[in-house]
Design a protein around this ligand. Structure first.
Ligand code: G16
Length: 560
C-alpha cells in the first residue's frame, strides 16, 4: 500500500462557477469560501478530455494575491486525481502567452492559469482560474460548459494531503504520487521570441541617438520577461523599463494597459518625448503602444502589424495565412486583408474563438479592441510579442524614411483611410439595469421601421441612416459550433456603427461596453481627436439604448 492515501472530501456544489469570456473570475473572498476553489479545480480536472489520469499540466499565473494557496490546492487535487506531472513556474510567475508556448513545446495535456488578467489584485480584489487545452489555447465553450456542468453537480473531490511545495527552487522532484517540475518560465519564452523577430535590426534601431524606449510592466507578470528583452537582449539602459517588479496587488494599481490606467507611462512618454512607449497587463497578454503624441488604437495596431508582416521574419518565412478580429474591433484590419487578398474572419469577443482557425492553418495574425494582439506562434494574445513586433516594424519603417509611431500611423491612414474607434465602459452597473439596456435594443431591432430610420445627434444635427442591425452570432468554420448573443450592433449607411454588449470578465455586477466606429477617407480628418470625431455617433448610441436613463450613469467609468 502506498504511503499516500487519496482522500475523498464531501462537498456542496456552487451554482455560480460558469467560466466567462476567459475563465472564472471572482473576488478573492469568494474563492476563499470553504470548498469553493477545490470544487472548481475538481471540475476542471474532471472535464479534461480523456480524463486527468497520467496527464501533464502546466501551471502558473500573474502571481496575484492568493496564488500560492491555490497552487498548493492544485498540487493536492492533481495528486488525488492521478495527474502524472505538474510543470510550475518558479514563484508561479508565468505570463499567459508563455504558458501557452510551454504547453505547446512540451506537448503537455493542458494548463491551469491563475489570473484575473487586467483586473486589480489583493485580498478584496480579483482572482481567476482558467483551463487551457493541449493546443495552448483557452478551453473552447464545449469544455467550459462541461466544467460548469460538473461544478453544479459536484458532491465530492479527491486530494492527497501533501506538505507545502517550495516553488522558489528550480528542478524536478517527486511529491507523493506526483512529479513537480519547477521551471524558469522566462528564458524559453524569450528565446522563442528571438526566433520570430529580427532582433539585430531592432537592436540597431533602438540604439539610434534620436530613439528612446520606455516599457511599463504595471507591476504585473511581464517584469522579468521585459528585463530580459530590453536590458539583456537589446542592451538598453535600466531607465527604459518601469513597473517591472511583479507585485501580488500590482502595487495597488489597475494592471490594464490603456490611457486611463497606464497614465504613469503616458505622462512619462509625453514629458520626455519618448519615441516608443509600451505597457502590458497583469498576466502579459494585453499591450498598449504609445509614442509621444501618438496613441495606437488596438484596432489600428493589428491592421498595421498585418500590413507590415513581411518585415517580420516569422511571417516573411511562413507567409500570412489569414487575418481575424473580434466583432467589436474596428474594420481597419478588413481593409488590409482585402488589399492583400488574404482571407479574414470576424469572431465573437474572446481569444478562444481564434484557436480553431489557427490550428486549421487559416489564421496567422489577429487582434481585439481590448488591447489584445497576437499570432499563431502561440494560442493566446501576447503583449510582449506585439510590442516587439512594433519595434521590428519601426526598424523596418525607419529604413524607408518613415519615422516613429506617428510616421507609421500617417502612412497607414494615407494608404487605407482612418478608422476612428472608441469604447465606453460602464463598470459595476446593476445587472437588471444592464439587461434592460440590452432589452431596449432588442425591442428596437424588432420594430419594423427602425432599419431605414435616421436618428439624429441633437448637439450637432448629424443624422445617421440605419442600414443593418442584429445580435451577433457566429458559426465556427472549423467545428461548426454556434455561439449566439455575442453583441447588439447597429450599422449605418455611411459604414459607421456601434455595438453594445455585456462584458464576460467582470467579477461584480455587470459591465456594459459601448463600442463606436467611424471610417474616413478625408485626409483633413486624419489628425482629428478621436473623441471629437465620434461625438455625434456616441450621442445617438446612448439615445437609442437609453443607457443613461436605465443605469443612472451619466459618464462611463473608462474610455479607451
Ligand atoms: C479577455 C479575453 C479577450 C476579451 C477580453 C474582454 O481578455 O481573452 O478575448 O476581449 O477579455 O472581454 P469582455 O469584453 O467580455 O470583458 P483578458 O485579457 O481579460 O484575458
Amino acid at each position: 500500500m502506498s504511503d499516500y492515501q487519496v482522500k475523498t472530501v464531501p462537498t456542496k456544489a456552487f451554482q455560480d462557477q460558469r467560466p466567462g469570456t476567459s475563465g472564472l473570475r471572482k473576488r478573492v473572498p469568494v474563492f476563499q469560501q470553504e470548498h469553493y476553489t477545490e470544487n472548481f479545480i475538481q471540475s476542471i480536472l474532471s472535464s479534461i478530455p480523456g480524463g486527468p489520469k497520467d496527464t501533464t499540466l502546466v501551471v502558473g499565473g500573474d502571481g496575484r494575491y492568493y496564488s500560492n494557496e491555490v497552487v498548493q490546492k492544485i498540487i493536492q487535487l492533481s495528486a488525488g486525481n492521478g495527474v502524472k506531472k505538474l510543470v510550475i513556474a518558479r514563484d508561479i510567475i508565468f505570463s499567459t502567452p508563455a504558458i501557452s508556448h510551454e504547453i505547446r513545446s512540451r506537448k503537455a495535456t493542458g494548463g491551469i492559469l491563475l489570473t484575473a488578467s487586467h483586473n486589480p489584485g489583493g485580498p478584496k480584489a480579483d482572482f481567476g482560474i482558467k483551463y487551457n487545452m493541449d493546443n495552448g489555447g483557452p478551453a473552447p465553450e464545449a469544455v467550459t460548459e462541461a466544467i460548469f456542468a460538473h461544478s453544479k453537480e459536484l458532491t465530492e473531490y479527491k486530494l492527497v494531503d501533501l506538505p507545502e511545495v517550495d516553488l522558489s527552487q528550480l528542478g524536478e522532484r517527486q511529491v507523493g504520487p506526483i512529479s513537480i517540475e519547477v521551471i524558469d518560465a522566462v528564458k524559453p519564452y524569450v528565446a522563442f521570441l528571438k526566433t520570430l523577430f529580427d532582433f539585430d535590426a531592432i537592436k540597431a534601431y533602438v540604439h539610434q541617438p534620436d530613439v528612446s524606449v520606455l516599457f511599463d510592466g504595471l507591476s504585473g507578470v511581464t517584469g522579468p520577461y521585459a528585463r530580459d528583452i530590453f536590458i539583456n537582449e537589446l542592451g538598453l539602459d535600466e531607465s527604459s523599463i518601469q513597473g517591472c517588479e511583479p507585485s501580488p496587488d500590482f502595487n495597488g494599481g489597475h494592471p490594464d494597459p490603456n490611457l486611463t490606467y497606464a497614465h504613469d507611462l503616458v505622462k512619462a512618454v509625453e514629458e520626455k518625448q519618448i519615441t516608443f512607449g509600451a505597457a502590458s497587463d497583469g498576466d502579459g497578454d494585453r499591450n498598449m503602444i504609445y509614442g509621444a503624441g501618438a496613441f495606437v488604437t488596438p484596432s489600428d495596431s493589428v491592421a498595421i502589424i498585418a500590413d507590415w508582416a513581411e518585415s517580420i521574419p516569422y511571417f516573411a518565412k511562413g507567409g500570412v495565412k489569414g487575418l481575424a478580429r473580434s466583432m467589436p474591433t474596428s474594420t481597419a484590419l478588413d481593409r488590409v486583408a482585402k488589399a492583400k487578398g488574404i482571407e479574414h474572419f470576424e469572431v465573437p469577443t474572446g481569444w478562444k474563438f481564434f484557436g480553431n482557425l489557427m490550428d486549421a492553418g487559416r489564421l496567422s495574425i489577429c487582434g481585439e479592441e481590448s488591447f489584445g494582439t497576437g499570432s499563431d506562434h502561440v494560442r493566446e494574445k501576447d503583449g510582449l510579442w506585439a510590442i516587439v513586433a512594433w519595434l521590428n516594424i519601426l526598424a523596418a519603417a525607419d529604413k524607408k524614411g518613415i519615422k516613429g509611431i506617428k510616421g507609421v500611423l500617417q502612412d497607414h491612414y494615407s494608404k487605407y483611410g482612418r478608422t476612428f474607434f472608441s469604447r465606453y465602459d460602464y463598470e459595476e452597473v446593476d445587472s437588471d439595469a444592464a439587461n434592460k439596456v440590452i432589452k431596449e435594443l432588442s425591442d428596437l431591432f424588432a420594430s419594423s421601421d427602425f432599419v431605414g430610420s435616421s436618428p439624429t445627434a441633437t448637439s450637432s444635427s448629424t443624422s445617421f441612416k440605419v442600414a443593418e442591425v442584429g445580435n451577433f452570432a457566429y458559426t465556427d468554420p472549423i467545428d461548426h459550433s454556434v455561439s449566439k448573443n455575442q453583441g447588439h450592433y447597429v450599422t449605418f449607411s455611411d459604414g459607421s456603427r456601434f455595438v453594445v454588449r455585456l462584458s464576460g470578465t467582470g467579477s461584480q455586477g455587470a459591465t456594459i461596453r459601448l463600442y463606436v466606429e467611424k471610417y474616413s477617407q478625408d485626409s483633413s480628418e486624419y489628425g482629428r481627436d478621436t473623441q471629437e470625431g465620434l461625438k455625434p455617433l456616441i450621442e445617438v448610441a446612448l439615445k437609442l439604448s437609453k443607457l443613461v436613463e436605465q443605469t443612472g450613469r451619466k459618464e462611463p467609468t473608462v474610455i479607451t
